[in-house]
Design a protein around this ligand. Structure first.
Ligand code: ADP
Ligand code: MG
Length: 365
């Protein structure tokens, strides 16, 4: 049972920040939810360039967290409960609202982002009488420098050696299954999978993860803007259908806060620190491969039997199923309105534009 479905690409423009306002910088990016368009004005006078991009959806600086969730995630969650595997990416320059969109303020019901809202929505739906059994687990993976990290592992945070040892045990593996048993597909061996019984459990796990990220920043010298964070909710359920039949499904929802798009560049020059340059390349690896995979899929590479380079990065390998595979996918590209970031905004919009029109083959488990 397969049907066609596109990758949904939306853009979210954030309000001017205090710093941008103080610097008296001009807003040069405008967005219209009605037209589903984003316009960027670059240069002045006769040299003004005006580019307009169309997307599946556009959110302005006035759009709320609820609006973003309702029109991007709510339909995807129905599919997850129906046994599909889906992914939502936040892509954009550091400081443009990726984490605000994915996590938001977990202590405020109004300002919560996509991850906590997804948790509330999943449990609200599972409360329906037709569900006779359900099991939800959560994991939170970090990909830094093409190395895997467990943001939920329960090791003493002061014990760096134990922490690093634990991280070394993480491995990206594939379980293809057998003739009689369906496999798990790509997954990370030894990654903590916490059972969650209510949405509040998810909020606690998010707090735990941010503690771990802070330790990484201070004690391991990691830069959070350079890591990719993948929060996964796995939902197993049994439900009685109106015709009396029992339906058993396993669905997954990956919510990915990508490294800052500015990381997808090389510092270049002879005086660059080799370790730093390697780190850049490795961050690049996942962002650039994701971009390349998207461009190839858009050009119909899959149908033409071309090799799609999923294996070239950890991120694309793990999420292979959601990119031209059996998943539904949504990319939320975030941009700043300010002239200070205009070049990076243009590059974000072009990257996102490449994903508009990708067709995924969607298949229920
Ligand atoms: P990123 O994760 O892309 O680096 P953040 O999500 O941390 O960016 O956002 C940077 C700052 O801008 C934060 O203080 C955040 O609260 C604020 N911000 C981002 N998007 C919005 C928005 N849509 N509305 C209000 N504030 C926002
Ligand atoms: Mg962030």
């Amino acid at each position: 049972m397969a049907e066609q479905s596109g990758i949904q690409v939306v853009v979210r423009l954030r309000p001017m920040s205090q710093r941008e306002l103080k610097g008296n910088t001009l807003p040069v990016v405008t967005a219209s939810t009605d037209k589903k368009e984003v316009t960027v004005i670059k240069g002045t006078g006769a040299r003004t360039l005006r580019n307009t991009y169309a997307f599946d959806n556009v959110f302005t600086s006035f759009s709320t967290q609820k609006e973003v969730f309702d029109s991007t995630l709510a339909p995807v969650i129905s599919d997850v409960l129906g046994g599909y595997e889906s992914t939502v990416f936040a892509y954009g320059q550091t400081g443009t609202g990726k984490t605000h969109t994915m996590e938001g303020d977990i202590n405020s019901s109004e300002n919560r982002g996509v991850i906590p809202r997804a948790a509330f929505d999943v449990f609200r739906r599972l409360a329906d009488d037709s569900y006779v059994e359900s099991k939800v687990t959560a994991s939170f993976l970090e990909i830094y420098n093409e190395e895997l990290g467990d943001l939920l592992c329960d090791v003493d945070l002061n014990d760096l050696t134990a922490l690093q040892q634990k991280q070394k045990q993480l491995r990206l593996v594939e379980d293809p299954g057998t003739a009689t048993k369906k496999g798990r597909g790509m997954y990370v061996m030894n990654l903590t999978e916490e059972p969650v019984e209510c949405p509040e459990d998810v909020l606690k796990l998010m707090a735990r993860a941010s503690e771990r990220r802070a330790v990484g920043e201070t004690k391991m010298n990691k830069h959070s803007s350079r890591s990719h964070c993948v929060f996964t909710l796995r939902v197993e359920s049994k439900r009685i259908l109106p015709d009396g039949n029992m339906m058993e499904t396993v669905g997954k929802l990956h919510m990915v806060d990508l490294a800052g798009s500015e990381c997808a560049k090389s510092a270049g020059g002879a005086d660059v620190d080799p370790a730093r340059e390697r780190e850049r390349k490795n961050i690049n690896q996942s962002l650039l491969t994701l971009g390349r995979v998207i461009t190839l899929l858009k050009a119909g590479g899959k149908a033409k039997g071309e090799r799609i380079p999923y294996r070239d990065s950890k991120l694309t390998r793990l999420l292979q199923e959601s990119l031209g595979g059996r998943c539904k996918t949504c990319v939320i590209a975030t941009v700043s309105p300010s002239i200070m970031s205009v070049d990076e905004s243009l590059s974000t919009l072009q990257y996102a534009q490449a994903a508009v029109g990708i067709k995924n083959m969607v298949q229920a488990n």
